[in-house]
Design a protein around this ligand. Sequence first.
Ligand SMILES: [Zn+2]
Length: 306
Amino acid sequence: MNTDTDFPFYLTAINWHAEEPFLQFRVQGQESTQLMSANELELRFRVAAGRDRQCIGTVDRSEDGSTSVQCDSPAVSARQCERCQTKDNIAAANMHQAHRRGRDAIGKAMAAYLTHPHRLYVAIFRDGSTKVGTTRGLSGGNRLVEQGAWYARYVAQADDGFFVRELEDSITEKLGIRQAVDTRKKFAGHLQPLLDQELENRLTQLANEIKKFLTEEVGAKGSLLDDRWSNPRIEDQIWADLVSYPAVINQGAHEFTIKSMVGRLAACNRAGFIENFLLDLQPLLTHPLETGDFEIDDFIMQDSLF
Ligand SMILES: [Zn+2]
């Protein structure tokens, strides 16, 4: 990030396009954002003292998909100002309850967004956690890479986002499969992963159970699928040997190179260290960052047990 300016810059989003990761930065006061490919990205920054955290803005959903909306207010929650948080909370509630409340109750733009084919998937993470979820459109795996799934199976497609959520909820109610996985579990899974074969076996078993259940439920508003997906990073050796990044990312001064990403988690290197570090980038959102000529904080590595 080159910032010839007195203003701090902010990480405003971690985005995926065609299953590749990008970091979106914004310099305070500037209209435009800068999208940088995350792979091989060298970052050197420190968290600027005495400046407000800044809201990352919101996402608008319409017939054409999602677009981000910038905001210049200070952040009060982990990511947003009060106004944007409220807007997102209402949008999220509408999206999750759309099928219960009906099209008329949720606003035209959101209804148009949902009136589009959706797929239902079941995903497994490296610690063995599983979830069901839905994604808009009938191609691409961005939703899965964005969440950091390791393997997944698309099990059904539905005519729209209303019906697909009915299916999702009934799977959660009847089969007890959750709709979210905590990032701490995803993180732990990369440090001590189950074997890939074991994960595939568990997923196959679960997908079969779901498909059996869906045979009765899908009816005329959708159809069953059996499409396999795996994270493109499975063959990437860096994910086989990671240690937790030994510093707090939203404090102090840092320098590292991102080698690869799974969801919002980055595998990175630092000059002078042979380890590959695993780092959650999300806590960096909203914090004012600056470049310049300053010392990088030392790592305090735990002594090896051997
Ligand atoms: Zn805001």
